[in-house]
Design a protein. Sequence first.
Length: 242
Amino acid sequence: MSAGTAPQPLVLVVDDEPQMVAIITFALETQGFATLAAIDAAAAWQLLTSHHVDLVVLDVMLPDSSGRDLCRRITTRLGTPVILLTALSDSEDRIRGLEAGADDYVTKPFGPRELALRAQAILRRTGAVPTLPEGGTLTCGPLRADLATGRISWGAGVLSLPEMERRLLVRLMRDPGEAVSLRTLLNEVWETTALEGGRDMVKSSVYRLRHQLGLQGVPPDLVEAVRGRGYRVNILPDTLGA
């Protein structure tokens, strides 16, 4: 870390589902957070007492304890802000979570970027807002994008992509596992608000991107269309080094 550079806020993600942990940590790290992960309450408490954690993202259902009980313990003994995650959308369930001291309450399924923005809002109130430096790296399993050099790699190999397809893939990587709308892609990749002809233009670029990725050994389901919502990049397991 260079002199004068603020440390990244540290978020502890507590969930016993590996795929959910991967989605949450990726979303947070691309927004400038550092992360730790725990699969149960015991491991979470050990990390909380051995690290300075700025925020906890905590699933309500844990294998060894109630997430609400752990939330109450965290907020009363440590004062660390907590975002609770649950599959239940009942208002009484939400109230019980807030009564346990949670700063926010997010119902599954949720958009990873929305969760990251909620985390930023909480830490803005505590004065620990993360910043994403220019030249950061987006990592999605074995897929990586170096924002400083523009280089995209799959495992140990560098991918060769035309500029527009490279920009399209990087934009999709900013919201892993989440559909990015046609309008957003046109605005941020093509820098236009014109929808006329835009659907075909994006569709053609996605086709060319998938074709180029396939030629270079990347699974075809990395990038896919989400009916009625847009396109997304999927978080595939990193098995290349196995």
